[in-house]
Write a protein that binds this ligand. Structure first.
Ligand code: PRP
Ligand code: URA
Length: 208
């Protein structure tokens, strides 16, 4: 298991604008999507490829194409939805599952309200996507659920994480690699990430 913090200048620039409390909903939503696309590029770096022969207009070229396992993208509702489109643009053959979880405002424990996965999810490399990894409770619940459905190869993608969330996920699921654009300092008393970006779901969907 490994934690990868993606410090590419484009990702870091977009993240700085994303964090700004003055960034309007439309721009926030676009940035979440753009950052997810850039992160997807890095998180898929080690996917296996195989040699194929392609007839170009000139001659036969030895090329490489993705081989082996099929992919799935599973957003944790609702904020994870903001990361899906740019990933599917890059991996159009990926199937999409959904796991609905919200954090109880008092206990901060995840509450499950919806799940629908591709039938053959156990045969797919599965990218769980959620902008925020705070206590880690939602991530662990989502990964638990996927493993119950037979998933063996799971990758977690968050835009912002923190040491508490990383510890919780790595202890519960040491086999899962985590990709994030930033590992922030800590959680506050309401289990929000500091400095963070506030409530990702509300800022993506304009609900507050
Ligand atoms: C947010 C976020 C994660 C979760 C992270 O969702 O999108 O799913 O909190 O917190 P945790 O690591 O402490 O579990 P939220 O529960 O606010 O629901 P929403 O996406 O519907 O806004
Ligand atoms: N969920 C969010 O949307 N933001 C946080 O900082 C923590 C949990």
């Amino acid at each position: 298991m490994a934690v990868h913090v993606l410090d590419h200048p484009l990702i870091q620039h977009k993240l700085a604008v994303l964090r700004n409390k003055e960034t309007p909903v439309k721009e926030f939503r676009e940035l979440i999507s753009e950052i997810a696309g850039l992160m997807c590029y890095e998180a898929t770096r080690n996917l296996p490829t195989e040699e194929v022969l392609v007839e170009t207009p000139i001659t036969t070229a030895k090329c490489r194409m993705l081989s082996g396992k099929k992919l799935a993208i599973v957003p944790v509702l609702r904020a994870g939805l903001g990361m899906v489109d740019s990933m599917v643009d890059l991996i159009p053959s990926a199937k999409i599952g959904h796991i609905g979880l919200y954090r109880d405002p008092v206990t901060h424990e995840p509450v499950e309200y919806y799940c629908k996965l591709p039938e053959d999810i156990e045969n797919r490399v599965t990218f769980v996507v959620d902008p925020m990894l705070a206590t880690g409770g939602s991530a662990v619940a989502a990964i638990d659920f996927l493993k119950k459905h037979g998933c063996k190869n799971i990758v977690m993608m968050n835009i912002i994480g923190c040491p508490e969330g990383i510890k919780t996920v790595t202890e519960a699921h040491p086999d899962v690699d985590i990709y994030m654009a930033a590992c922030d300092e800590k959680l506050n008393d309401h289990a929000y990430i500091v400095p963070g970006l506030g409530d990702a779901g509300d800022r993506i969907f304009g609900t507050k």
